[in-house]
Design a binder for this molecule. Structure first.
Ligand SMILES: Cc1cc2nc3c(=O)[nH]c(=O)nc-3n(C[C@H](O)[C@H](O)[C@H](O)COP(=O)(O)OP(=O)(O)OC[C@H]3O[C@@H](n4cnc5c(N)ncnc54)[C@H](O)[C@@H]3O)c2cc1C
Ligand code: SF4
Length: 356
C-alpha cells in the first residue's frame, strides 16, 4: 500500500485566508481541492509539499453565476456575474457542473468535456479548478517512487534527463485535462487571486508548452473562478480519444466552438487540440480556413488536416503516437460535423470503442 508522506494540513475558511497562508511559503505549499490528482501524486512522491491548503470549504469558490439577474446555483451565490456570461467557481465539482441546467443548455461543449473526465466517483470529488491545474502526465513519471528510482529519475522530478527524448532540454509531459481545451475554445478567462490582489488571464494564456512549468499561474495564486463569455449564437463540442469508454485520461482530443450565420457561414470559430503537447494547442490555420465559409465536407477535411499538422504527440502515454496523431483528424472532423448540425451520437459511441 502506498502511504502519503507527512505534511501539514490547513483548512482556511475564506479565500483571503487561503491566499495569505499560501503566501507564507508558496514553494513548499500546494492547494488541494478534490484531491484526486494531488493525493495520488503525493503517494508516488511526485509532489511532496510540506503543507497542503484545503479549498474544499471555501464557499466563495463553489457557486455558478449567470448574467441573468438572480440566476445562480451551487451552495452559495456570492460570485460576481459576467454580462451575459457564466462565472463558475473553481471549487465547483465536475458532477455539479454537468448537472447544472444552465451549463447543460448554454455551454454543451463544457458539459461534454466535464462528463468525460474519469468516473462518476472522481467527478463527485474533482473540481473545475483542479482539472484546469491538473499535473501533466507521462509514462515515465506517473509511476511509483521505486519504479522511477529503478530506471533513474527524470527531469520533471528528482532527475536530470528526459526519458522520452534524451536530448530534450525540457519536459514533454502531456497536458491531460479535458476541460482546458474546451474552455480555451470557448474563449474563457480565469481569475487568479493572491495576497497581492487579483488578475485575469485568458485560458489560452494560462498554459505554457512545458511539461514542468505548464501553468502561468504563480505558486502564490489561487485560481478563483472561470468566466465563460455569453454563448448566444455559439455551438460547442468536445471529442476525446481514450482506451476505455469511461475512466481514462484523454490521449488526443479536439474542442470546437463556432458561431454560424443564418445561412450556415462561419462567423467565428476556435479549434483546440488537447493531449498532444504539454498545453492545449490552438489551431489558427484551421480556423482561417473556415472563416466566412460553409461547413462542407471538403472544408471540414481541410481544416481537420490543419489541426492534424499542429499536433505533436510524443511516445509517453497510451496508444501508438502515429495513430494518436492520425486520430486528431478524425476527432476534428467529428467536432466540425457536430457543429454543422450532423447527428453524431452513433459515431460517438463507435469512437468509445475505437471503431471509427
Ligand atoms: C483514475 C483517474 C482517472 C482520471 N481521469 C481523468 C480524465 O479522464 N480527465 C481529466 O481531465 N482528469 C482525469 N483525472 C484527474 C482528476 O481526477 C481530475 O482532473 C479532477 O478534476 C482534478 O480535480 P481535483 O479537485 O481533484 O484536483 P486536486 O487533486 O485537488 O488538484 C489538482 C492540482 O490542481 C491544483 N489546484 C486545485 N485547485 C486549485 C485552485 N483553485 N487554484 C490553484 N490550483 C489548484 C492542486 O494544487 C493540484 O496541483 C483522473 C484521475 C484519476 C485518479
Ligand atoms: S517527458 Fe521526459 S522529463 Fe517529462 S515526465 Fe516524461 S520522461 Fe520525465
Amino acid at each position: 500500500m502506498m502511504r502519503l508522506p507527512a505534511f501539514r494540513y490547513r483548512a482556511p475558511r475564506t479565500l483571503e485566508e487561503a491566499s495569505a497562508w499560501l503566501a507564507e511559503s508558496p514553494d513548499d505549499t500546494m492547494l488541494v481541492a478534490g484531491g484526486t490528482d494531488v493525493l495520488p501524486n503525493m503517494k508516488r512522491r511526485q509532489q511532496v509539499p510540506g503543507t497542503l491548503i484545503a479549498l474544499r470549504s471555501l464557499r466563495e469558490l463553489s457557486a455558478i453565476a449567470t448574467g441573468e439577474a438572480g440566476a445562480s446555483s451551487g451552495r452559495h451565490a456570492s460570485l460576481r456575474s459576467a454580462a451575459g456570461g457564466t462565472v463558475i467557481g473553481a471549487g465547483v465539482t465536475l458532477a455539479t457542473l454537468v448537472r447544472d441546467e444552465h451549463v447543460r443548455t448554454t455551454i454543451p461543449g463544457l458539459c461534454q468535456a466535464a462528463i468525460q473526465v474519469a468516473t462518476p466517483h472522481l467527478r463527485n470529488m474533482g473540481t473545475l479548478g483542479g482539472n484546469l491545474c491538473l499535473d501533466t502526465r507521462c509514462t515515465y513519471y506517473d509511476q511509483t517512487y521505486e519504479w522511477r528510482k529503478a530506471i533513474d529519475f527524470c527531469l520533471k522530478k528528482d532527475g536530470t534527463i528526459c526519458w522520452v527524448a534524451t536530448s530534450s532540454p525540457r519536459c514533454l509531459a502531456v497536458s491531460s485535462t479535458d476541460t482546458a481545451p474546451m474552455l480555451q475554445a470557448l474563449g474563457a478567462r480565469v481569475r487568479l487571486v493572491s495576497a497581492q490582489g487579483a488578475r485575469e488571464l485568458s485560458v489560452a494564456d494560462l498554459y505554457q508548452n512545458d511539461g514542468m512549468h505548464y501553468l502561468a499561474r504563480r505558486r502564490d495564486e489561487v485560481l478563483a473562478d472561470v468566466t465563460v463569455p455569453d454563448q448566444t449564437g455559439w455551438r460547442s463540442t468536445y471529442w476525446k480519444l481514450r482506451r476505455r469508454g469511461s475512466f481514462d485520461f484523454p490521449v488526443a482530443a479536439v474542442a470546437a466552438a463556432a458561431r454560424l450565420d443564418a445561412g450556415g457561414l462561419v462567423e467565428e470559430v476556435r479549434l483546440v487540440a488537447g493531449a498532444v503537447a504539454s498545453r492545449p494547442l490552438g489551431a489558427p490555420k484551421a480556423e482561417a480556413l473556415l472563416l466566412g465559409q460553409s461547413l462542407t465536407d471538403e472544408r471540414i477535411a481541410a481544416a481537420a488536416h490543419a489541426v492534424y499538422d499542429i499536433a505533436k504527440p510524443m511516445d509517453n502515454t497510451d496508444f501508438e503516437l502515429v495513430w494518436r496523431k492520425r486520430m486528431i483528424t478524425t476527432l476534428a472532423t467529428c467536432a466540425l460535423r457536430e457543429i454543422r448540425g450532423d447527428d453524431m451520437r452513433a459515431t460517438r459511441q463507435r469512437l468509445a470503442r475505437q471503431l471509427v
